[in-house]
Design a protein around this ligand. Structure first.
Ligand code: PBG
Length: 335
């Protein structure tokens, strides 16, 4: 329609007029990434030294005594929230992921430390069992089946101990059915009615999580097994709307789509349909792809960061979890 009008109206209409100078381009700009849109994921480890994640150049697993420094930097840059992910020592992993319920586990310890030292930045913690299970799945298993309802009761306890430690936003990333409602009920019962829930509402079974699994050490444990019996099929889009609708009705305050860049259509549909605070996760594999191209000199790093993040905004995301958050904030603040 619009196209027809402009084609018919040339040369009266010239789209290039608005683009001809920098000031004019700024004037007609529709979407802009701001530091307020950024969430920084942080890998915490209980080893003494920080270790590099080979597939994610520039991202490290951070020992607990260095976490506060990074969160402080994020806060100073204006980043509103961070998200914690643990690399759990293999010796602590078991079939039921019991370390998830240890109030002294690495995520709880890091959360307490951050809470005690830094005010004014949100702490998001992931609820799922995969960093803690010997098999690398997000739920508990019996006869090769990932058990839904039995997993829910563990996730609820995990959410409570994380909240007790100081987590502001509980982010269930497990994709069990009914977990948002179960967690909401449990939080309220324990007096945490103001704790927010950001649900990984449309989470796809994706190869783009590969580097993350390496980062948290679940890659070998999971080996060739797939998460397709609980995470979504990447061929589907209507199903994402059902998933998100359910999570909203169960009490999610914010919803997330994951992965990010190959799923912009999903973000757009979800934002348009539900008009909820909607987040995108620019996942580890997306980070790895961009960094590989940067390392080879094929694309410009800063430009790739800003373009990819702005495109999430254009698709309708309110914010983006990105391993580039610190660098993006620096670029944005430079202006
Ligand atoms: C765990 C979880 C995963 C990610 C976030 N939480 C991996 C998975 O589901 O296997 C992926 C994040 C990334 O790839 O950056 N449930």
């Amino acid at each position: 329609m619009t196209n027809n009008i402009s084609i018919a109206s040339y040369p009266n209409i010239r789209m290039r007029r608005n683009r001809k100078s920098d000031w004019s381009r700024r004037l007609v700009k529709e979407n802009q990434i701001s530091v307020n849109d950024l969430i920084l994921p942080i890998f915490v480890t209980d080893s003494e030294k920080k270790t590099a994640i080979t597939s994610m150049p520039g991202v490290n697993r951070i020992p607990i005594n260095e976490v506060v420094g990074i969160v402080h930097e994020a806060k100073e840059l204006g980043i509103p929230a961070i998200a914690l992910f643990p690399e759990t020592n293999n010796s602590l992993k078991d079939e039921n992921g019991s370390e998830a319920l240890n109030e002294e586990n690495i995520v709880c310890n890091a959360t307490r430390l951050i809470k005690d030292n830094i005010k004014g930045i949100g702490i998001i913690t992931d609820v799922a069992l995969d960093p803690y299970t010997s098999h690398g799945h997000d739920g508990i298993i019996k006869n090769n089946e990932i058990l839904n309802d039995e997993t829910l009761s563990i996730l609820c306890k995990q959410a409570i101990i994380q909240t007790k430690a100081g987590s502001d936003i509980i982010a269930p990333s497990d994709m069990m059915d009914g977990r948002v409602q179960a967690i909401r009920t449990e939080l309220d019962k324990n007096g945490y009615k103001n704790t927010q829930i950001m649900s990984y509402a449309a989470k796809y079974a994706s190869c783009f999580y590969g580097p993350f699994r390496n980062a948290i050490g679940s890659e070998k444990n999971l080996s060739s097994k797939s998460k397709k019996s609980y995470q979504m099929d990447f061929s589907n889009s209507d199903e994402a709307l059902r998933e998100v609708g359910l999570d909203i009705s169960e009490g999610a305050d914010m919803v997330m789509v994951k992965p990010g860049m190959p799923y912009l259509d999903i973000i757009y549909r979800i934002k348009t349909t539900f008009k909820m605070p909607t987040y995108a996760y620019q996942v580890s594999g997306e980070y790895a792809m961009i960094m590989s191209a940067v390392k080879n000199g094929y694309i410009d790093k800063d430009k790739a960061i800003i373009e990819s993040l702005t495109c999430f905004k254009r698709a309708g995301a309110n914010g983006i979890l990105s391993y580039f958050a610190i660098e993006a904030a620096k670029i944005i603040n430079k202006g």
